[in-house]
Design a protein around this ligand. Sequence first.
Ligand code: BDR
Ligand code: CA
Length: 319
Amino acid sequence: MRKIIIDTDPGIDDAIAILLALSAKKELDVLALTTVNGNVDVEKVTKNACKILEVAGRTDIPVYKGNDKPLVRARINCEEFHGDDGLGNAGAEDSEKEIETEHAVDFLIRKAEEEKGELTLVPIGPLTNIAQAVQKDSGFVKNIQEVVIMGGAEHGGNMSPHAEFNFWTDPEAAKIVFQAGFRKITMIGLDATSDVFLSPTLRELLYLINTPISRFIHKMTRVYADGHWEIEKKLGCELCDVLTIAYLLDSSVAETVDAYVDVETSGLCDGASVVYRTFYYPDKKQNCKVAVSADTKKFFEIFFGYLFPEYREFALREL
Ligand code: BDR
Ligand code: CA
């Protein structure tokens, strides 16, 4: 069983990623959720983390509040995609759950030390907390087994022609993480997540499945799907963060290449991840694997197989 901490800014796709992780009871041990400013402010994302745990019936999992702004830049949020509350204004009930008093960064450092080499970090928001842990504790990096990040893109961003939201929000933090020397980093960026789009048909199936979790996902994704229509004239919505969890459950869901990644922190390409595939740039020292595509069918097999196993075949029929 793999021990993971999800560093998150819920966020509609964050919420779905967390629900998928919690459904994989034999494979993933979710030790905690740590929160960070991103899709909405840190107060809201922290509240949302508790709401999601409530929906999943897992309020035993601790939530630690992290940074309320990027390392050096001003705060940026993304309500237009995730709704004012960050969860698609779906009316999710507030949770009574209390958050921990320790700061997320201090917790990450402490837990990494305790679990020495057995911890996988899954950052699915801006990388502020992770970068700060790297800066604060010289032993942090070597205590981490693996980092699976949702962020960046080899080709094409979603906030500028080159930059993806999580990296664009805090590029200095992303740069620190890629240069920190982690044993293993996988960057799951937009090149791969664009292959895992929730179609209107599968969204309707979630409604018809009619469990509290399926209805929660259906309701939350309304605003998200509206945003995709308004901005891109696309039907359905993306499930970016969810691919990180699917990848942990079955890494063959994404095709990866070895690469050296650096992050631009100024100018026209501010916030862009620059991906040097080591096959083409053998002089560059590999610092991560980059997901370049995802297997759509396999992804939804995992998604429905874990969350709603009895509907897996119905979902696959619609792909
Ligand atoms: C990323 O940005 C956020 O809006 C999503 O939650 C995801 O983490 C995609 O670019
Ligand atoms: Ca996110």
